[in-house]
Each structure stands twice: as C-alpha cells, then as structure tokens.
Design a protein around this ligand. Structure first.
Ligand SMILES: [Zn+2]
Ligand SMILES: [Zn+2]
Ligand SMILES: [Zn+2]
Length: 382
C-alpha cells in the first residue's frame, strides 16, 4: 500500500502522466522502479525519477497539418555536470562512432549525442492521433568533436584540420544515408551562447531523421520548379549571376564561392557553394578539391567572428532517395539535376529577435551588398 508520502511525491507529475501514451514496456519498467523506490521509502529519489521518466515518455514527433512540418516535441534532460564531456577521462567512457585518424591520438571524434533528440532503435511508424499525425523519435543524433583542444574554435583550426572535419561530415552523412529508414541527414553547428550551443568545446551535430526538414522541402520544391521551367539548376544560376555582378561575393577559393544571398534573412548571412554542379555533399565529384572549401570556410568564419561570435551553420544536401515508401516516393525525379548542395551560415548579431522574423517575414537591417563589402574588407588572418 502506498504511503502518504508516496502520494505526495506523485502529485506534482500526475497531470503529465495522464496524457502520456507509451509502450507497455516503458510502463512496466516504470512501475517496477516506482515499487522499488516506494518499498525503500526514498521519496526524493522517486520524485526525481518520475520527473525524468515522464519527460522521456513525452518525446515524439508531430506534424503541423497546416505547414506540413514535423516538430520534435518533448523535453530533453539537461546534462548534470559542468565539466566538459569531451575531455579525458569522460570522453573515453563514451562510445566512439568514428575517430580520425584511425590510429594514434584522435583529431576529430564522433560520439552518440548524450541527450539525443532522436534514437536509432525502433521502426518509424506513423500513427494517427485524431486528424493529426505523429511518430516516435526514431533517428540518429551524433556529435562531431572537431578538435581535442578545448580552447579552439573551428575558425582557429588550420586548413588541413578543417578539411578533416569536412571529411568526417561527409563520411557520417554517407554512412547514415545507407539506413533506409532515414529520409534526411543534416549537418549543423551552433556556435556561441546566442546560437544555443550545448557545450563550449568546438563541435557540430549530425542528425538522421525519418522526415525531410521543412526548409529543405521548400528548397527542393523551388529547385524542382525552377528546373521544370528553365532546365537549369537554380543554384548554378545564382553562382553565375553573382560571379558576373561581384557585389555580393565575399570570398573565392578555386571553384568555391562565399556570397551573401540576394534576400539574406539575417545580417551577414553567407552561403558557400561549389561552382560545379553536384546535388550530394557526401559524394564529391572528381576534381572537387575539398581543401579549397576548407580554406574558404575558415576564412569566412574568421571574417564573421570579427562581427559576431555566434552563428548557425548548416549543410544542405539532397535527401535520401532509398526509401520508396511514403510521401516522397517518386517525388524527386530530377533531383540530381535540380538540387545543388551548399552550406548556409546564419550569424547572430545582437538583439536576435529584431533581425529575425516578425510574424514570419524576415526583416534584415543590413543590405547583403553592404554586408559582403564589409566582410570582404575584413582581413581574415589578422
Ligand atoms: Zn572540452
Ligand atoms: Zn547546380
Ligand atoms: Zn539551403
């Protein structure tokens, strides 16, 4: 029989339990732990356990029926310690997905995310919820530790070291795309507190999702429409026009261009594109010298960091076409010709809310032409 204190411990989390649907297995484990804690009369531990358990149960992916975008809902536990998880001995206790170089001390290391948004186990079944759609949080979530040096930012690494980070991004994307359940693999990096970085140690993240993120879907649709109209890739057209005009180009290295997009959403937004057409970031074509991309990325980041230390970086590549099931089957027929991988960098200048969307319309106070001019004038190596 539960004691009075046990009922008290249950009360604060009661409402959350009501609506949390979950597999029977979770509930039986949950019940076993509750019983043990009640028997041992440990109310504080029980309360903490219930708090964490109900949070875990509530993680799921829901679809907005209007915008059709998938949203991960639920709470993540925040890491308990203040110490860096990417230092020894903590890092050695974690599972390593990939370490580069394979022999000797690591320079870049990939780990499972300690508090993942998505988990690799499970089948991605879509369940109806009345008129709505929802799915379990199946997917992959990895952390790429970009350097063993706690005090170095990506921008402070040598071209060879940045190239190594890029090669790790490439091999993780290629590897995760072999998983037929995953529809899209994202590479992104949040640097700086304003960008919501999770640890100060230089890192990026890889997620494999069972849906295509909304922004990518928009880009794919737009690129496909453009191709249908003109039989040309819109990104190739952008590079050609910007090359001719020059005023929004920030920097060039070989065939790689860094430019401020015509309708930049935020001040100093920069895209990195390869001049030669390729829809897959993870499958470089012969002659695409990635070291040039590494050098360009390093310089662009050093320029941007003279303006602000915080930014979001995201690699946009084509979605996986392995899955023949679902909404995207047969959708991307011209994908290889119409889409073009690129990197987007969205710096966060102070007062983020002002420059970001006001009711979904972007307001950017800095003209992209001025931004490019200013960034060009900055010496990335000073
Ligand atoms: Zn560290
Ligand atoms: Zn192209
Ligand atoms: Zn993009």
């Amino acid at each position: 029989m539960p004691q009075e204190w046990a009922l008290r411990a249950l009360r604060p989390v009661g409402p959350a339990l009501d609506f949390a649907p979950s597999p029977a297995e979770t509930y039986s484990r949950f019940a076993r732990i509750c019983i043990r804690e009640i028997e041992d009369r440990r109310p504080r531990r029980l309360r903490r356990f219930l708090f964490v358990a109900t949070r875990k149960i509530r993680m799921e992916i829901r679809r907005d029926p209007i915008t059709q975008s998938w949203v991960v809902v639920g709470h993540r536990e925040s890491p308990e310690t203040d110490s860096c998880p990417f230092e020894r001995p903590a890092i050695d206790k974690q599972q390593t997905i990939l370490a580069v170089p394979a022999e000797g001390p690591w320079q870049v290391r990939v780990l499972p995310h300690p508090e993942p948004l998505y988990r690799i186990e499970g089948e991605p079944g879509r369940q109806p919820d009345g008129m709505y759609d929802r799915m379990g949080p199946t997917g992959a979530h990895e952390v790429v530790v970009e350097t063993p040096d706690h005090n170095k930012r990506l921008s402070q690494l040598s071209d060879d070291e940045v190239d190594r980070v890029l090669s790790v991004w490439v091999s993780r994307v290629a590897d995760l795309k072999k998983d037929k359940r995953l529809k899209y693999v994202s590479v992104f990096k949040n640097q700086g507190e304003l960008a919501g970085e999770e640890w100060p140690h230089a890192h990026s993240e890889i997620t494999g999702t069972i849906f295509v993120p909304r922004r990518i879907k928009y880009e794919l649709r737009a690129a496909r429409e453009w191709f249908k109209d003109k039989e040309r890739c819109v990104f190739c057209d952008i590079v050609r026009q910007e090359e001719k005009k020059g005023k929004r180009i920030v920097d060039v290295q070989g065939d790689y261009y860094a430019l401020c997009p015509y309708a930049a959403r935020v001040p100093y937004e920069v895209w990195l594109l390869h001049r030669r057409h390729n829809h897959l970031f993870e499958q470089p074509k012969a002659g695409s010298n990635r070291k040039q991309l590494a050098a360009l990325l390093g310089r662009v980041l050093r320029r941007l960091e003279k303006i602000t230390p915080a930014f979001h970086l995201v690699v946009h590549t084509a979605p996986s076409t392995l899955s023949k099931k679902g909404e995207l089957a047969g959708y991307w027929k011209t994908l290889a010709d119409d889409f073009h991988w690129h990197i987007e960098i969205l710096p966060i200048v102070e007062k983020r809310s002002k420059s970001y969307s006001i009711k979904e319309t972007y307001f950017n106070a800095v003209l992209p032409e001025q931004a490019a001019e200013q960034l060009r004038a900055i010496d990335p190596n000073s």
